[in-house]
Design a protein around this ligand. Structure first.
Ligand code: GDP
Length: 292
């Protein structure tokens, strides 16, 4: 995870280590390496610009020049700024009874897998989740969710396999006055954003009044993924992201950019194909991983 970015950044830190006295020029050089590392990691240009300005302000101030361990001081500044960029941890907010969680996202981003991962996460906390297979666009998604549901011991509502809105209607009836407290809806994606998909999602949102609308975003899809996240957010006013496939992401550009560009928090991360390869989002842990 993040090995490409980590290797590049380490060159900046090496530049400042083992030196008796640090000059402004040394710091400028280190900052330049930080800048090119972030750009190579596919972090949005505007984000990089602001990040570098913030690091510069602090590093060229007294903090690094006067420090006895300038490299450690510089790493601390970069770490603080990375955490700021990643954004504060925000809670997974379930208020209604039952609560609805709508999973949305483009095909292949890991929406169905993440729906099951969240159900499993909630079950472990003693909640009683139920899954709803409303991805009628990708037929295999329904069977996939049923299989995952069986594996984790969470029931799956499938209903009419052709009509997503009917499935949701049926789910609403089933869970009313039942013991289930969280209803997780797997919805239909597409390879690209289209109006038909968005309209269906808007209708479902109106039907269930979800507490959370989580967009799954593939970390490896780069700035394209960030751009489509922006469109999803504008249409659906999502509540947060599940960044998937972080395990295969050597660059980190998506997770370092998405909050800044959309203003919405990352709530969970997917770190592998298995059900338990899933975690809440902790900005400090991500920053530590990036810095190694
Ligand atoms: P959907 O079309 O968005 O519902 O995508 P799926 O849930 O079917 O996931 C697409 C592929 O990505 C599957 O092969 C999943 O096993 C895989 N996948 C999902 N999440 C992760 C993850 O966090 N890490 C890795 N390595 N693979 C993932």
């Amino acid at each position: 995870m993040f090995e490409g970015l980590r290797d590049k950044l380490s060159n900046a830190f090496k530049l400042l280590s083992g030196k008796g006295k640090i000059t402004e020029k040394n710091i400028e050089e280190a900052i330049q390496i930080v800048k090119t590392s972030l750009l190579a990691a596919d972090v949005n240009y505007k984000v990089v610009k602001e990040f570098v300005e913030n690091v510069k302000k602090r590093a060229l101030g007294e903090e690094v020049l006067k420090s006895l361990t300038p490299d450690q001081m510089f790493i601390k500044i970069v770490r603080d700024e990375l955490i700021k960029l990643l954004g504060e941890k925000e809670p997974f907010r379930l208020v209604h009874h039952p609560s609805y969680v709508m999973m949305v996202g483009l095909q292949g981003t890991g929406k169905t897998t993440s729906a099951a991962k969240i159900a499993n996460y909630l079950k472990k906390q003693g909640k009683h989740p139920i899954l709803v297979a409303a991805d009628t666009y990708r037929p295999a998604a329904i069977d996939q969710l049923e299989t995952l549901g069986k594996k984790i011991g969470v029931p799956v509502i499938t209903g009419d396999r052709k009509n997503a809105l009917k499935i949701v209607e049926e789910a609403i009836k089933t869970v009313k006055d039942s013991g289930y407290d969280v209803v997780i809806l797997d919805t239909a994606g597409r390879l690209h954003i289209d109006d038909e998909m968005m309209e269906e999602l808007e209708k479902i949102k109106e039907m269930v009044n979800p507490d959370e609308i989580l967009l799954t975003v593939d970390a490896m899809a780069g700035q394209d993924a960030v751009n489509s996240a922006k469109v999803f957010n504008e249409r659906l006013n999502i509540t947060g992201f599940v960044i998937t496939k972080l395990d295969g992401d050597s660059r980190g550009g998506v997770i370092l950019t998405i909050r800044y560009i959309t203003g919405k928090p990352v709530k969970f991360v997917g770190v592998g194909e298995k059900i338990d390869d899933f975690d809440e989002f902790y900005p400090d842990r991500i920053a530590n991983r990036i810095l190694g």
